[in-house]
Design a protein around this ligand. Structure first.
Ligand SMILES: [Zn+2]
Length: 428
């Protein structure tokens, strides 16, 4: 379906481009390594709109960890992202289909995303452990590297992937067609094509092989998606995003973008191996090459500086598990940096985590109480800290969106990053 069609149940409207602002000087462009692709827009789905750039909280198993969807709506979340791999294994995508789709099942009325499961199938099975951490291993490890003591649980071939369930070891087969069937059953508004995940440790030769496989799989995803869209015409329209791989190679990334651009995708995900230092550059190659008037999603980023780098270079939506992950270990974000609530100096600190934050936690609870919850291992500790951290990132991105519109994006960005990274400890 053409994305510009105003009758389409899925569309993206572009509002303001940062590059059109007089604040974009030649010096800033040179600093960025190329022209800024940042913009604001609106994604329209059958379950509502997303004002972009937008942070999409992660509800892996159709649940955010320790936080109800009602709380996330109150904090300003616009959409949720769940995981096709996890929901396929438990409770089974047929359950979500019968429940009326992901949003109805989990009591989230707004837009939803699912990722294809490719990342989980392959990262759980790659032998590199559950999460492939690019920062802890330096240098290429080769195409068959396995971490010591980690059993290989996935095998990729040209048709798909055999993998073992991380829950019980059962053997399963994912192909592009299966991924589309699973994601149609789950019923999210935005789905991703099934792709092969590679890492920075793979050889250039392997990256080329994998990229060609991902191209073939993308064609098969589109064909199966069209068939299912027709077959399930009574269901709300589900948009399909192609996923750009190509690791750290400019020619491979640009080729992948050109290949995917002609396939009729509704939008694009930028995936795979992204070293922090190269994040902006790789994202910009992709956003330069992909059609401008399509939404771009960056799969899985973490810290505030990465978020600005992504926005600078034209990412419209991105997901990130860090805010809840670090919250569960008592770390909270503040305008002057991240700090740990269990510190002794908060024992009698009856101020909120952040004086400027308007989240539920900061308007009702003190640092002293939160410290007490963490020290006594009360579950509400994770809930309250997660609500604050999610709100912090939602506000950060909403601020960036407003600043692009207002023409003072660089002031906003530089002030935020200066305060966040310039001061080691919060005022207490
Ligand atoms: Zn707060």
């Amino acid at each position: 379906m053409p994305i510009s069609d105003p009758a389409s149940p899925f569309r993206f409207e572009l509002h303001t481009r940062l590059r059109d602002s007089p604040s974009v000087t030649a010096e800033r462009v040179a600093d960025n390594g190329g022209q800024f692709q940042a913009r604001t827009g609106t994604i329209t789905t059958p379950h509502g709109q997303i004002q972009t750039p937008a942070f999409i909280p992660v509800a892996t198993q159709a649940a955010m960890k320790a936080v109800l969807p009602e709380s996330m709506a109150a904090e300003g979340a616009q959409a949720m992202l769940a995981n096709a791999y996890h929901l396929f294994l438990e409770p089974g995508d047929d359950v979500l289909d019968e429940a009326g789709g992901l949003g109805t099942f989990m009591n989230w009325p707004g837009p939803t995303f699912t990722d294809s499961g490719g990342f989980q199938v392959m990262s759980l099975g790659s032998g590199l452990g559950k999460v492939i951490d690019m920062s802890t291993v330096s240098g290429p490890l080769g195409d068959n590297h396995q971490a010591p003591g980690v059993k290989r649980m996935a095998r990729v071939d040209d048709d798909g992937v055999w993998f073992r369930s991380y829950l019980n070891g059962d053997l399963h087969r994912f192909t592009p067609e299966v991924s589309m069937q699973v994601q149609h059953n789950i019923g999210a508004d935005i789905m991703f094509a099934f792709d092969e995940l590679t890492t920075l440790h793979n050889s250039r030769e392997y990256q080329e092989t994998a990229l060609e496989r991902t191209r073939q799989w993308a064609l098969r995803c589109v064909a199966e998606h069209r068939r299912l869209t027709e077959e399930r015409a009574a269901k709300p329209y589900q948009a399909l995003f192609g996923v750009v791989q190509g690791a750290q190679y400019e020619d491979l990334r640009r080729k992948a973008c050109r290949d995917l651009s002609g396939m009729g995708f509704d939008g694009f995900g930028i995936g795979g191996a992204l070293e922090k230092a190269q994040l902006g550059t790789i994202v910009r190659w992709c956003t330069e090459e992909l059609p401008e008037r399509t939404p771009k999603h960056l799969l899985g980023i973490s810290e505030p500086d990465d978020i600005f780098t992504a926005i600078d270079n034209g990412v419209d939506t991105f997901d990130c598990v860090s805010p809840t992950r670090v919250a569960r270990s008592s770390a909270v974000y503040s305008p002057t940096g991240r700090f740990n609530l269990t510190n002794i100096r908060f024992k009698k600190d009856f101020t909120p985590i952040s004086e400027t934050c308007r989240c539920y936690t900061c308007t009702h609870y003190t640092r002293a109480y939160l410290r007490h919850l963490f020290k006594s291992k009360e579950r509400n500790a994770a809930t309250l800290a997660s609500i604050h951290n999610e709100r912090f990132v939602l506000d950060l991105v909403a601020g960036a969106r407003a600043a692009i519109e207002a023409g003072d994006y660089f002031e906003y960005r530089d002030e935020f990053l200066g305060a966040y990274y310039g001061v080691a400890q919060p005022s207490s």
